[in-house]
Design a protein around this ligand. Structure first.
Ligand SMILES: Nc1ncnc2c1ncn2[C@@H]1O[C@H](COP(=O)(O)OP(=O)(O)OP(=O)(O)O)[C@@H](O)[C@H]1O
Length: 306
């Protein structure tokens, strides 16, 4: 369990993290989302004791991280896959980490196997691709078999096979009862990976809820209706209280209807002798919900200095 309470970080006049409070529970994958510059990395660094908060607290399993002796046994983290000594081999890098945290040497071979780097264990890290460095960073996080795992943008630089692998790994780690916390600025990465979301913008909390609840409170639900009798149907639906927008080109007309559910629209069409060719409920996409909810908190909008 990770608990963040009223966490604030100021750099001079810049408030990077602003009275942030949330809880990350075990047994679930929790996505930490926000546009670029929202304060995700700063928050993760404070949870790991790498940056001191201006005010507020962050605890891991009930105590501040720096009070965990042999930290890697309590929290495994990957913050920046590029920050490794390029001259060392993968095995030497992990062995040094293991030694410093009282972790048996055999764990090095186990985690290298686990992340698919066993065959390149003795190669210098300097020659690794970003995807391979991400795998090595994940290996380092797993080394101490910790109950809490944190990853900053772990999917960056991975190929599609790597993305699938890492998703399955996160799901399995959560199913084992661990706390899994992943940051990303892309909602699409979280859609198929996370159970819960913590969404921030400009250092402030925007949402902390399940992926499903987050999607539901974004874009309003609408129903797309296809019919050759679009004008008659629009009149009937408007009279019943719906708002109706035409979609598509004349001749192949469809209506986008909000304010009435699909079954009610079907019934009204039937009662009025209007034939429907299509009746589809358009559910809010997560991406749309994310864009809507973070629109006011994006720091750098293309072409729009703020
Ligand atoms: N050491 C620092 N000194 C001054 N400002 C900083 C420092 N570190 C971060 N910031 C600022 O704090 C804000 C939050 O940065 P942070 O890196 O935590 O965001 P992020 O959500 O991780 O973004 P990204 O997705 O781009 O990595 C940014 O405006 C950043 O410029």
């Amino acid at each position: 369990m990770i608990e963040v309470s009223e966490l604030t970080k100021r750099y001079g006049s810049k408030t990077a993290v602003d009275h942030l409070s949330f809880t990350v529970r075990p047994g679930l994958v929790t996505g930490f989302l926000g546009p670029n510059g929202a304060g995700k990395s700063t928050t993760l660094r404070m949870i790991l004791g790498l940056d001191a908060p201006t005010t507020g607290t962050a605890t891991v399993s009930g105590v501040p991280f720096h009070r965990h002796p042999r930290g890697l046994r309590h929290v495994g983290a990957l913050l920046d896959a590029g920050q490794v000594h390029g001259g060392r081999s993968a095995a030497a890098h992990l062995s040094a980490l293991a030694r410093g945290n009282g972790i048996p040497r055999r764990r090095v071979d186990e985690v290298l196997q686990e992340v698919g780097l066993a065959e390149v264990a003795s190669r210098r890290i300097g020659g690794f691709s970003l995807g391979m460095k991400q795998r090595l960073g994940i290996a380092g996080a797993l080394l101490g078999d910790p109950p809490v795992l944190m990853f900053d943008e772990p999917i960056n630089g991975m190929d599609p096979e790597g993305v699938l692998w890492v998703r399955r790994l996160f799901r399995r780690l959560a199913a084992e009862g661990r706390t899994v916390f992943l940051s990303s600025h892309l909602m699409s990465e979280m859609e198929n990976t996370a159970d819960q979301l913590v969404v921030i913008g400009r250092g402030r909390l925007i949402a902390a809820e399940s992926v499903r609840d987050f999607a539901a409170r974004g874009t309003r639900r609408s129903v797309v209706v296809g019919t050759a009798q679009a004008i008659e149907l629009a009149a009937v639906l408007t009279a019943a209280g719906a708002s109706v927008e035409p979609e598509g080109s004349a001749g192949a007309e469809r209506l986008s209807v909000s304010g009435l559910p699909a079954d009610r629209i079907g019934a009204l069409a039937f009662e009025n002798g209007i034939r429907l060719d299509e009746l589809t409920t358009r559910t809010a996409s997560l991406e749309a919900a994310f864009m809507e909810l973070t629109a006011d908190s994006t720091e750098y909008l293309a072409g729009q200095p703020r």
